[in-house]
Design a protein around this ligand. Structure first.
Ligand SMILES: [Ca+2]
Ligand SMILES: [Ca+2]
Length: 142
């Protein structure tokens, strides 16, 4: 089912690409990382396992299973979309993020919690170690 949806997405993307409104195609992967490709000379092909992205810069292959989303953008993707430590996603890293993270860890409520930003030590898990890292981060900048 997921494959069908991704196949449809790719077809849609190929259509929109011909409009050449945007400069870049951004893939969001299941680990919340993003990868951005220039649409210059863009061509997408796919089989059962991978999507192959060909553009003026070269060719890249992404496993379909890792693709969470794709969208057109004018942002070249040089700046990370996730501010590490900004757990409540208000644009800054502060003590509020520590309390938000602790609340999440105690209650498990993900409302308003940016889990990608909450994984401060980047080990793909959000736990008490990230609280420690976040506190260290705050102490070192202040
Ligand atoms: Ca914040
Ligand atoms: Ca972590």
């Amino acid at each position: 089912m997921k494959k069908t949806i991704i196949t449809m997405l790719i077809a849609l993307v190929a259509m929109v690409a011909s409009a050449e409104t945007y400069n870049y195609l951004k893939f969001t992967k299941t680990d919340n990382s993003t990868v951005t490709y220039s649409v210059e000379g863009l061509k997408l092909t796919y089989d059962n396992i991978n999507v192959t992205i060909t553009n003026a810069e070269g060719t890249a292959t992404l496993p379909l299973a890792q693709v969470l989303n794709m969208e057109f953008t004018n942002d070249p993707g040089t700046t990370p979309s996730v501010l590490i430590g900004d757990v409540n996603h208000d644009g800054e890293v502060s003590i509020v993020d520590v309390t938000t993270l602790i609340d999440y860890l105690l209650g498990g409520d993900t409302t308003g919690v940016d889990l990608a930003a909450a994984d401060v030590n980047n080990d793909s898990e959000v736990n008490i170690e990230d609280v420690t890292e976040l506190v260290d981060m705050l102490l070192s900048v202040n």
